[in-house]
Design a binder for this molecule. Structure first.
Ligand code: FES
Length: 182
C-alpha cells in the first residue's frame, strides 16, 4: 500500500503570483507601493550619480574677440556692431579707440546709443552717459567700464579682452591697455 498517495492529502503547487494574488492586487498592495517607491528612489539616485560623474561643462561666450582693423571704423563714431554679440561698443577717436561695456552701472540694463543726442541712454531708469562712458544724469553711480583693447601682433586686428576691465573712478582709464593708440 506504500507509495500510493492517500486521497485528500494537500498537493503543493508552485505558482507565481502566489495563489490568490493577481498582478493588479500586488501593484496596489503595500508591498507593491514599497517596491515602486524603492524603484523610483533607486532611479533618482542613479541619475544623480551619473550627473555627478559627467563633466559639468558650461558654454559661455568667449571673453576676448577680434574686431577687425582700425581703418574699418569711422573716426568720431560709436560703433555698435559688437553690442549684441559681445556687449561692447567700440568708440573711434581721432587718436585711437576704446572699448566700452554696454552694461549700465546702475542695475545692469543695456543702454541705447542715441546718435543725434550723442549719448547713451538707459531705458530702465534713465541714466545717461557721454560717448566717453562718463555718467551725467540719472541714478547710475559711475561711468561705464572699459575693456582691455590692443592690436594682435600677428595680423594687426583689434583684440578686445573683456576679462580685464578699467574703471574711470579708480583712475584706471589712464592704463595704456584701456586705450588703443592709432
Ligand atoms: Fe540703467 Fe537703472 S539700470 S539706469
Amino acid at each position: 500500500m506504500s507509495g500510493i498517495p492517500i486521497k485528500d492529502e494537500p498537493v503543493v503547487v508552485e505558482s507565481y503570483p502566489p495563489y490568490g494574488v493577481t498582478r493588479r492586487s500586488f501593484l496596489f498592495s503595500s508591498a507593491g507601493v514599497a517596491w515602486a517607491t524603492f524603484s523610483m528612489a533607486f532611479g533618482a539616485g542613479m541619475a544623480s550619480t551619473l550627473r555627478f560623474m559627467l563633466p559639468n561643462v558650461l558654454f559661455e561666450p568667449p571673453t576676448s574677440f577680434k574686431a577687425g582693423y582700425l581703418y574699418e571704423y569711422a573716426v568720431g563714431e560709436v560703433d555698435e556692431r559688437w553690442k549684441d554679440k559681445f556687449g561692447t561698443w567700440l568708440v573711434r577717436t581721432s587718436d585711437g579707440m576704446y572699448a566700452l561695456s554696454t552694461t549700465c552701472t546702475h542695475l545692469g540694463c543695456i543702454p541705447n546709443w542715441l546718435k543725434n543726442e550723442l549719448k547713451f541712454k538707459c531705458p530702465c531708469h534713465g541714466s545717461g552717459f557721454y560717448a566717453t562712458g562718463v555718467n551725467f544724469e540719472g541714478p547710475a553711480p559711475r561711468p561705464l567700464e572699459r575693456y582691455r583693447i590692443a592690436l594682435d601682433p600677428n595680423d594687426g586686428q583689434i583684440v578686445v579682452d573683456k576679462s580685464k576691465k578699467f574703471q574711470q573712478e579708480l583712475g584706471q582709464w589712464a592704463d595704456p591697455e584701456a586705450f588703443l593708440k592709432a
